[in-house]
Write a protein of this length. Structure first.
Ligand SMILES: Cc1ncc(COP(=O)(O)O)c(C=O)c1O
Length: 490
């Protein structure tokens, strides 16, 4: 965006809103509009009433003030929420008999879009360091570099020497080749140049979404999910359609519903498999169904796979990119390899156009990842079998412990997770989940994430894959709190 354009726009805005203040003040925000409909298609506004839909930034001469007409400006493509807001303003103005001219000049631009607060991350930031029993953690019991070396049979002093002797240049911009070669072994047919490293999976998701999604694009997001996967496309100005996972369907996406949601305009379908928070795992056949639907409209599929391989049963877990050339896999060292502190992740895709777009954006936001982090990551992935065996052992053992506890609790129900590191627990007290978790923290020093962070009330997200004794201690505290709530309810 050129500065000159911005200045031009402000003048234009002032001019347009001057005449239209009475109507535009009252325009609801897109979130209040509910089901967003194109009012022209719905027949509420006749095309001839829309005198101009145009780019006010690039062409400041646009903007006639015809009575009985609607002027809609949109700098980056037609945004349906603007049309819907215009529709409501139009109808309201007519009802009040104050004329029918509505000037809307609400350009959608990345740089000015306000992103929603990240519910889970804010909750964790607030309480993580204060909690004595942290059941909010989603990593499999984290490792130190010393523990990693011991596990994989490397002399820690030799490795430390390699770290301290490394000259700290930027390193390989797209990721160290040795590391990328090790990453390819997590997939079926992947080449190192189909991978780019990022700052955690959060960085990889951010990169893909910003590189691919344009304002006005249609994006379908399977929810509940890791919030950035929904909030970033929304903030970019995409039309985000949600596909909610239901408990009665085992928290697996409903293919029929997805077929009803996709259209020729769908650019991207976003999944998280295995899913955080539900612990659901899509089978190869389930993923293939999603791929077939995506293919029918030529859409990309982004699958956040940070919990992939953390399964309750043996066997290869397919990645989206094993099944679809327009698939994009994001992942990291944080959960599966217990190394969140190196802040290292990656994206992988066979699609060259996506890779090109991502590399271009990567130059702006990342340059490269830290060389020391990549050295630690390479050591871990060269020994991926050892780490996977350790971590699958932990997730399986601890899920048994959690299951036993759930079965003893009269006020808790759940759907036992199939994979990942988290589960949703439902309680039957009439208490909002943020108040539940706030009291649990204050009265029992125990941290859980409220279901409200995922828009699922009367539920709690528990992470269960750290040291087993810590899990037992935390669940004991939770049990005491549930007993207290029962007393209070009497
Ligand atoms: C589904 C999902 N994606 C991404 C992330 C971010 O992970 P990373 O540490 O790799 O940035 C998380 C962290 O909780 C997550 O649950």
């Amino acid at each position: 965006m050129r500065i000159a354009d911005m200045e031009g726009k402000q003048e234009l805005d002032a001019k347009l809103f001057q005449g239209a203040q009475a109507y535009t003040d009252d325009v609801p925000q897109a979130s209040e509009v509910g089901e967003i409909q194109n009012p022209i298609k719905a027949g509420v506004i006749k095309p001839e009433q829309v005198v101009e839909i145009g780019n006010s930034l690039l062409d400041p001469t646009l903007g006639r003030h015809d009575a009985n007409a609607i002027t809609i400006f949109d700098s980056t493509g037609i945004a349906l929420q603007d049309l819907a807001a215009a529709n409501l303003a139009f109808v309201r103005a007519k009802e009040q008999g104050v004329g029918t001219q509505v000037d809307l000049c609400r350009p959608i631009r990345r740089s000015t879009m306000k992103i929603k607060d990240f519910g889970v991350e804010q909750w964790m930031n607030e309480y993580e360091t204060k909690a004595k029993y942290n059941l909010g953690e989603t990593c499999v019991s984290s490792l130190s570099i010393r523990e990693l070396c011991e596990l994989v049979g490397v002399d820690v002093n030799d490795f430390a020497k390699q770290l301290v002797d490394r000259r700290l240049t930027y390193g390989a911009i797209e990721g160290a080749v040795e590391l990328k070669e090790a990453i390819t072994r997590l997939y079926q047919n992947l080449m190192p140049d189909e991978i780019v490293t990022e700052h955690g999976a959060i960085g990889a998701n951010n990169l893909v979404l910003n590189a691919l999604v344009e304002p006005g694009d249609e994006v379908i997001v399977v929810t509940p999910t890791y919030q950035q996967l929904q909030s970033i496309p929304e903030a970019i100005g995409a039309t985000v359609k949600l596909l909610p996972l239901k408990r009665e369907n085992g928290y697996l996406p409903d293919a029929e519903q997805l077929r009803g949601l996709v259209s020729d305009k769908t650019k991207l379908i976003v999944l998280n498999n295995p899913d955080n928070p539900t612990g659901a795992l899509m089978s190869q056949a389930g993923l293939q169904t999603i791929v077939n639907i995506a293919k029918s409209v030529d859409a990309y599929v982004l699958c956040d796979e940070v919990y992939r391989h953390l399964t309750q049963e043996d066997g290869y877990s397919p990645s989206i990119i094993d099944l679809y050339d327009k698939g994009i896999s994001t992942s990291s060292f944080s959960k599966v390899f217990s190394l969140a502190g190196i802040r290292l992740g990656w994206l992988a895709t066979h699609d060259q156009a996506v890779m090109k777009a991502c590399l271009s954006y990567h130059d702006y936001e990342t340059i490269s990842c830290g060389q020391l982090d990549e050295m630690v990551g390479t050591l871990a992935l060269k020994n991926q079998a050892v780490l996977l065996e350790r971590n699958r052992g932990i997730v399986r053992e601890n899920l048994k412990v959690l299951e036993e506890w759930v079965h003893q609790q009269p006020h808790i129900t759940w759907l036992k997770p199939k994979a990942g590191t988290t589960a949703l627990l439902y309680y039957d007290f009439d208490l909002p989940s943020t108040i539940f978790c706030d009291r649990l923290m204050k009265e029992y020093e125990t941290l859980l994430v409220p279901g409200s962070c995922f828009d699922i009330e009367n539920s709690l997200r528990i992470g269960y894959t750290f040291e087993t004794t810590h899990l037992r201690d935390g669940m004991n505290q939770l049990g005491k709190f549930l007993a207290k709530l029962e007393q209070e309810a009497r």
